[in-house]
Design a protein around this ligand. Structure first.
Ligand code: NAD
Ligand code: UGA
Length: 468
């Protein structure tokens, strides 16, 4: 018999907490779902009547919010009250890389997870299931258990408290989060308390086929999430490393990817060469894996995964060199249009976006950037490039935001495509090229352009992995 869950609280109304809880609420109308956050501004945006102002852009999210918000889906800063009411609490807070102290640059900063555990320990009542949704180092569940048990065993506590801790990592990818949540490849639940595992399974089985719900032990569940991200990132570094060889030899990376990916054992997804992977998780999760391996003395294993990160940085460095080389070795005072700033298409997220590093370097070289992204706000770009711009004597001159592709590219010396937005795939490159200052270059890092169609059109195009 599984415990009947009537009230869920999710700590963290971010890119994971918001969409995941929305989908749960939409499939479980009998459950009240409260998403809580310390960030008042973010909660206010989740509650904005106009769904265009939601804090994150995800295709399909607005429809679910319109359907459930105020009925069984609520966003609030009232953390304590919602914890006290909950039968099940998801911890979906940020887990960034530590910036100082032991393990800086590699280990995960568990500050927010620890804070969440302490506040749960203090305010939860009766029996509560606590679920790790954040991506965490192996054995973090033990830390959470220790914090919770220290309180539940305290005889001075006014209320009876008992906890079960589960791991339920999230595998959604931004830009297709709703699609991934609605139809996941698998749901992974780690934990030893059978009743609690059954209770969580019951929630997911409202819309996910039972054979896709995998149950395992806590440590395997935690490690599977880090490993899945490491494997995905490794594929990108693998294809990017071969893209460089294609450019040297005259082979074409997209042709190679098709030929290789047709092998069922390899598979065709995640073989798109580009400017290197971005996003808030790949780098931090691989860094964490490296840290864990070093901690256990597995230096060869950590060196292996370090190379995946090294190739990713190298890919960006070599792109900057190619741009400069093709533009007669200098980009100083030249107008460069940047098309796309988010770390991938269909999201307004810029965390660890390759565009940040590439733009900073181009600005350092003296280029004047005209940046256009359909979903990223000017304020966000400003924040991301902030430090670089301050170094410049003339801020206005080094980076200008454009409200359309046409505005960004007009009389530009070069275009650099950094995100694969659909809008860019529809551009008539022949007409755009005519509006540029000649001799102009188009650097397509994302294979957005059908380069074969433009053969013999006298357009200078460079594409990642396209050997001439
Ligand atoms: P996020 O930064 O968008 O959201 C985290 C939220 O938690 C923030 O709004 C923050 O204010 C809130 N928070 C932090 N401490 C809190 C506290 N004590 N009380 C209340 N609120 C608190 O992060 P995210 O992208 O949603 O990622 C969350 C976790 O999920 C991370 O561990 C990440 O690795 C993992 N993950 C992310 C993705 C993704 O696509 N972004 C996918 C899978 C897993
Ligand atoms: C990734 C994983 O795909 C999710 O399963 C995981 O849940 C999530 O990380 C997480 O833990 O945060 P996400 O970072 O949102 O999701 O997006 P991806 O589609 O994985 O793209 C990551 C980066 O790799 C992007 O910069 C993307 O452009 C790049 N990429 C992806 C490529 O360069 N080539 C590809 O073939 C695929």
């Amino acid at each position: 018999m599984s415990k009947n869950i009537k009230n869920i609280c999710c700590i963290g109304a971010g890119y994971v907490g918001g969409p995941t809880m929305s989908v749960i609420a939409s499939h479980c109308p009998e459950i009240q779902v409260n998403v809580v956050d310390v960030n008042h501004e973010r909660v206010a945006a989740w509650n904005d009547k106009n769904v265009i102002n939601l804090p994150i852009y995800e295709p399909g999210l607005d429809k679910i919010i319109e359907k459930c918000r105020g009925i069984n889906l609520h966003f609030s800063t009232n953390i304590e009250e919602n914890i006290a009411k909950a039968d099940l609490i998801f911890i979906s807070v940020n887990t960034p890389t530590k910036t100082k102290g032991i393990g800086a640059g590699q280990a995960i900063d568990l500050k927010w997870v620890e804070e969440s555990s302490r506040i749960i320990a203090k305010h939860a009542r009766d029996f509560t299931i606590v679920v790790e949704k954040s991506t965490l180092p192996v054995k973090t569940a033990q830390t959470i258990k220790d914090i919770l048990e220290a309180t539940s065993k305290n005889k001075d506590e006014k209320f009876y408290k008992e906890f079960a801790v589960l791991s339920n990592p999230e595998f959604l990818a931004e830009g297709c989060a709703i699609e991934n949540l609605e139809n996941p490849d698998r749901i992974l639940i780690g934990g030893s308390d059978k009743e609690s595992v059954d209770a969580l399974t019951k929630i997911y089985s409202k819309w996910v086929n039972k054979d896709k719900i995998l149950t395992t032990d806590l440590w395997s569940s935690e490690l599977s999430k880090l490993t899945a991200n490491a494997f995905l990132a490794q594929r990108i570094s693998s294809i990017n490393s071969i893209s460089a060889l294609c450019e040297m030899t005259g082979a074409h990376i997209n042709e190679v990817a098709i030929a290789v990916g047709t092998d069922k054992r390899i598979g065709s997804s995640f073989l798109n060469a580009g400017p290197g992977f971005g996003g808030s998780c790949f780098k931090k999760d691989i860094s964490n894996l490296i840290y864990l391996c070093n901690h256990y003395g597995l230096n060869e294993v950590s060196d292996y995964w370090q190379k995946v990160l090294d190739i990713n940085s190298w890919q960006q460095e070599r792109l900057i060199e190619i741009i400069s080389k093709k533009m007669f070795g200098t980009i100083s005072e030249k107008k460069i249009a940047i098309l796309g700033f988010s770390f991938k298409a269909n999201t307004n997220d810029t965390r660890e976006s390759p565009a940040i590093y590439i733009c900073k370097k181009l600005i350092e070289e003296g280029a004047i950037l005209y940046i256009y992204d359909p979903k990223v706000s000017n304020q966000q770009i400003d924040k991301d490039l902030g430090n670089t711009q301050k170094k410049e004597s003339n801020i206005e001159k080094s980076c200008i935001y454009s409200s359309s592709v046409e505005q960004a590219v007009s009389s530009a010396d070069a275009i650099v495509i950094l995100t694969e937005w659909d809008e860019f795939k529809k551009i008539s490159w022949e007409s755009i090229y005519k509006t540029m200052r000649q001799p102009a270059w188009i650097f397509d890092t994302r294979s957005v352009i059908n380069i074969k169609k433009l053969k013999n059109k006298n357009i200078n195009i460079w594409q990642t992995g396209f050997g001439i």
